[in-house]
Design a protein around this ligand. Structure first.
Ligand SMILES: [Zn+2]
Ligand SMILES: [Zn+2]
Length: 338
């Protein structure tokens, strides 16, 4: 089969791979329909890489497909079942899993990072990494189940209530999903701060009440939210000081964007004196079922987030579209791929 294979930092190759065979007892074989490209794929392909990927691994960790074969212990799973994938299946047995923090599992073998992922027609993976999803959900929408489950986790961390005001820094796919879910949860206003005009437009389509460039936000924020926002999200990964400037006394800050090299200078006393709560939110936390319910219901409408649908041969252009900021979410259609 044809696959997008990570060779070395900066090098992703479309290569021939043997079809996976010999499933372990706990594994399923998935025929992939659609696989999203992620900001973390762009980081993994940067030189030097923003986070490590194993050489010769098939990339792709945001995907949907159908079960076409199952290991000896997986009789309960129907052949033909449609599933989305948690690319970070937790072991259930380590100290962090047993304390209810699967996102911090000590034994994760991330799919599309250290074991083969979804940028190929077929992918074998542990059955516990899969969640059923209805056929009615389009393949490109089903492919965003994983990032949506991350955002559902972040929304839970924020404890946002109807009537709370919210500011989201970053209008990429994660920021726009926050805008949609905060709006649906009754936040007012929901504000997105994002430099790219096209992304601001999509944030508004997703349910944001306002979208500002960073400069316009600095000028306008005191008029709009003189006491600050109840909930502030950093969906970029390096804007902790900006979130503290935007949050109200007693408010909550959720840090979900990831940038391992960012170092912030903050006045710690601002947090102490104003009773601000800071929450880190990393990947998912039993939030796939909620994300899938949202996609199956189709409300809020998240379709503006998928801006490009390409073939496997076009994966490099897809990554370039993400690098340039022109795309929000790019999905790769694997149906009909050799
Ligand atoms: Zn991702
Ligand atoms: Zn574990």
């Amino acid at each position: 089969m044809k696959a997008a294979v990570f060779r070395s930092p900066g090098v992703l190759e479309i290569a021939e791979r043997p079809d996976p065979t010999e499933l372990s007892a706990d594994e399923l074989l998935i025929e992939v329909e659609c696989c999203g490209l992620c900001g973390s794929d762009v980081h993994a392909l940067a030189v030097p890489p923003g986070h490590p990927t194993a050489p010769d691994v098939v990339m792709g960790h945001e995907f949907v497909g159908h079960v076409v074969d199952r290991g000896a212990g997986m009789d309960a799973v129907d052949i033909g079942a449609r599933v989305v994938v948690d690319p970070d299946p937790s072991c259930g047995a380590c100290r962090n899993c047993q304390r209810g923090m699967p996102s911090a599992c000590l034994n994760v073998r991330a799919i599309g990072v250290v074991r083969d992922g979804g940028l190929a027609r077929l992918c074998r993976l542990p059955a516990r990494a899969t969640f059923a999803i209805a056929e009615e959900v389009s393949a490109s929408m089903a492919a965003i189940a994983e990032p949506l489950a991350c955002v559902v986790h972040g929304v839970e961390r924020s404890s946002l209530k109807p009537g709370d005001s919210a500011v989201i820094f970053g209008g990429g796919s994660i920021g726009c999903m926050f805008a949609a879910l905060f709006h649906a949860a009754g936040a007012y206003p929901t504000v997105v701060v994002e430099p790219a005009a096209r992304r601001r437009e999509i944030a508004l389509q997703c349910g944001a009440d306002d979208a500002f460039s960073p400069e316009a936000w600095d000028r306008g924020r005191d008029g709009l939210l003189p006491f600050g926002a109840d909930v502030v999200v950093d969906a970029v990964g390096s804007l902790f000081p900006q979130t503290l400037a935007a949050v109200a006394t007693g408010g909550r800050v959720v840090l979900i964007g990831m940038n391992s090299t960012a170092r912030a200078e903050i006045a710690q006393n601002d947090i102490t004196r104003r009773g601000v709560s800071i929450f880190g939110s990393y990947i998912t936390n039993f939030t796939f079922p909620t994300a899938i319910r949202l996609l199956e219901r189709g409300t809020p409408d998240l379709s503006p987030i998928v801006t490009h649908r390409l073939t496997l041969d076009e994966v490099h252009s897809g990554l370039d579209l993400l690098r340039s900021g022109e795309a929000l979410k790019v999905v790769i259609d694997l149906t009909g791929t050799g």
